[in-house]
Design a protein around this ligand. Sequence first.
Ligand SMILES: Nc1ncnc2c1ncn2[C@@H]1O[C@H](COP(=O)(O)OS(=O)(=O)O)[C@@H](OP(=O)(O)O)[C@H]1O
Length: 337
Amino acid sequence: MENTEESLPTDQEFHHDLVSSLPLEEGMSPVRLRKYQGVWMSEYFLVGTMNAQRYFKARPTDILLASYPKCGTTWLKALAFATMTRIRHSFACHPLHRLNPHECVPLLDEISGSLESLSEIDTASDPRLISTHLPFSLLPESIKGCGCRLIYVCREPKDTLVSRWHYHGKIVTNMGKSEVIPFEKMFDMFCDDIMPSGSIWEHVLGYWNEKTQTPGRVLFLKYEEMLEDPMGALTRLAEFMGCPFTEEELRVGVPAEIVNLCSFGNLRDLAVQQNRRISPGGIMTTESYYRKGAVGDWRNHLSPEMAEKLDQITATKLQGTGLTLERPVSETTAMDA
Ligand SMILES: Nc1ncnc2c1ncn2[C@@H]1O[C@H](COP(=O)(O)OS(=O)(=O)O)[C@@H](OP(=O)(O)O)[C@H]1O
C-alpha cells in the first residue's frame, strides 16, 4: 500500500511507540522506569525528553538550571527567578506569592510530551531561564554545543534518597494508590542506579566534568552549603547569571529580601495555604515540594550499614574527580537558615 502523509506516524506517535519498546522497570510503582540511552528515566518524562532532544534550540544567552531530583531544584528555581526578574517585580506582590517556583521556570523535558511547552520556551525573550533533571549525556546537542550557562545544584546522596522516598510516598497517595515502596527496596534501587534520572553519581559527574572541561560554564552549588550560607550562594548566583547586586541594592537589602522570599519557611507556608495541584501532570500538590529542608535526616532512615555502603559508593565513584559530596559538618535546617 502506498504511504500517504496521513498514514505516516507523527513524531509524537513515533516517540510513544519508542517508549513502549524500551526496557521497563516496575519496582518503583506507580512510577514506571524505562532505560533510555543508558539511563533509567521516569516514563512520564520520556516523550518530553525526546521532543527536547529533537527540537529544542538553545541560545548562548540561556541559563539552564540542572539537578538530580530532590537536590534543591525548587529552591534554586525560586532564587534564580527572583534574582533575574528583580527589577520587574516588587517584593510586596511577587509572583512567588501565588506561583510555585516550578511554575516560574519551565522544565525542558516537560511531562506532557506535547510540543506546546517547548514552543512557549522557544518564543520567550532573552535571557531564558530553563530547568532540567536530564543527565548531561541526555541534554539536547544544541545545549551541549552552544556554550550557554549551566547552574547545577547537588546534594549529599543519603539525604537525597530519603527525600525521594518521602516524595514517592506523596506520588502514591496523590495517585490514589496505597502501596509505598519499602525504604530498603528503594535503597537497593538507588545503589543500583535504578532511579528516575538514573545514577545520582553519574548525574553529578556529568555536570562536574563539563565544569572542569569548560571553565566558567557551570556554577556548581551544594544544597548543604546553600543552607549554611544562603546569602553567599545568592551572591554567586547573581554574579554568574550576569546580574550582580549593585551597591544600592546591597544598601537597601535586596539580597536579604530574596533570601527571605525564597526561604523554606516562607515558600512552604505559601504552598500550604494554596494547597492546589500543579504540574507535572497535576499529580503533585503545591506543598509536595517542601518537607523538612534539613541536612542529616538520613539518620532517621538508614542503618549504620546502609549509610556505610552509600558512603563507600560515593567515595569510589568520586575518587580522583576533585568533587566531594561529604557529610555535612553541622546539621543546619532550612528553617534556621
Ligand atoms: N526553599 C527551600 N529551602 C530549602 N530546602 C528546600 C526549599 N524548597 C524545597 N526544599 C527541600 O528540597 C527538597 C526537594 O528537592 P527538589 O526541590 O529538588 O525536588 S524536585 O526535584 O523539584 O521534585 C526537599 O527536601 P527534604 O525536606 O529533605 O525532603 C524540600 O524540603
